[in-house]
Write a protein that binds this ligand. Sequence first.
Ligand code: MN
Length: 208
Amino acid sequence: MAGRSEKTRKSTSEHRLDQYRGMRRAERTPEPMSGASPRGGKRHFVIQKHSATALHYDFRLEAGGVLKSWAVPKGPSTDPRDKRLAIRTEDHPVDYLGFEGAIPSGEYGAGKVIVWDTGTYLNLAEEEGRRVPVAKGVGQGHVKVWLEGEKLRGGYALTRTGREGARERWILIKLSDEGADARRNPVSTEPASVRSGRTLDDIPEDGS
Ligand code: MN
């Protein structure tokens, strides 16, 4: 039975990556094409700084065997008064958690990527006293998590506010807790990768 459910789980998360793979040419981009979550253990998040057509921060939460993803043009704030627009993007493979490098020009998402922050998270979403799985919450338009990153710590809420064609518009807000700090502005004061110490400028145009 255990083997059977593992298989089912895998095929579901593989199917969730169809859109991701359909948008990319595996032989041309250095981006990972697979990777699933191990059973049990803590779930991870990553925020990647990405100099694509427009600079943005990709906020990704490991859930349902993939990385649920949003593009945040201004990046996350530590000030609970800030509402940051977050556009939902395609699910990414779990192996994307550590990805840094340059996506070649002409390819989808062409530009440089660094791991701006990463760590583990706890799911805070509850409905009538019951935990709502993150993947389910994404479908319902409500996500609430506690981040344990190097730059970001504390609660964040993501709420769907509407749709623009095929795109879902969400808002990312810092919750009021000990991780909140209106004076910090890590997006501008802490630009380097927590993985390599490199900034986007340090990433070579071709290669990783
Ligand atoms: Mn991106």
